[in-house]
Design a protein around this ligand. Structure first.
Ligand SMILES: [Zn+2]
Length: 83
């Protein structure tokens, strides 16, 4: 099951969004407030992934080799929201 969350959805729970690239191991933290400023509160996290890895060295690779972003905090946050 996949739940698409927008930046506005996570803004109350998360101040700094942790970002990890599953391919090249890049990690980063971005201010949710800044992301909202830049991309708007309704931007969905899955849509944001490709934008955030745009400067990864494998971002332009094809299919399986391509960089893919995930958000380590989200699993825990969903527990918080549902539990
Ligand atoms: Zn990458």
């Amino acid at each position: 099951m996949t739940i698409s969350r927008s930046l506005a959805d996570i803004a109350n729970s998360i101040e700094m969004l942790e970002i990890r690239c599953s391919r090249c191991g890049r990690t980063g933290r971005m201010s949710v407030a800044k992301l909202i400023d830049q991309y708007g509160p309704t931007t969905l996290l899955p849509d944001l992934g490709p934008i955030l890895v745009a400067d990864c060295e494998n971002a332009q690779a094809h299919d399986y080799a391509k960089c893919d972003v995930f958000y380590p905090q989200l699993g825990k946050m969903m527990d918080d929201l549902t539990g």
